[in-house]
Design a protein around this ligand. Sequence first.
Ligand SMILES: [Fe+2]
Ligand SMILES: [Fe+2]
Length: 167
Amino acid sequence: MLVEIIQKQHSDLHELFARHQEALLQGLFDVAGTWLEHFHVCQTAHIQLEENYLLPEFAKIERRTKWDASLYQKEHEKITQLFGNITQDLEWLAEQELDESQKRRNIIALLDKEKTLKGLLEHHEEREEEGMLIDLNEQLEENQLKELKLDINLTWAEVIASVKETA
Ligand SMILES: [Fe+2]
Ligand SMILES: [Fe+2]
């Protein structure tokens, strides 16, 4: 099922973000930055896969839900923008000379911001898994689905491997 393939990517992404947050919580800004960069590489590839392979097909078929292709795309833009803010904040934080209390308070502020991103991602992924992916799975031809799944899986395997090599 197409939904399972994308669900797996979503869960790989959650894992990368969780590792970033674990390091952030400990004040290990360099490590937190590395995991955030890994997340960024994979999240960008994931969005590209959806926009190149899935959204163009989704725009052609009948929808069961009110969420159309442009909504998913707008959410991708919002996710990318929020992510950019978080990266900037972390870079800023890593450069500051702070005492322990200030450091902890800044970490809390950044985690709060990240909660907004996580919330947006969760809702977006839920919409994909319950809307777009089910519709695609039901309406595309067997052959087309097979080809899509193969391409998506191959690309994802490469992306994840590239991140693991440097982890
Ligand atoms: Fe998406
Ligand atoms: Fe997705």
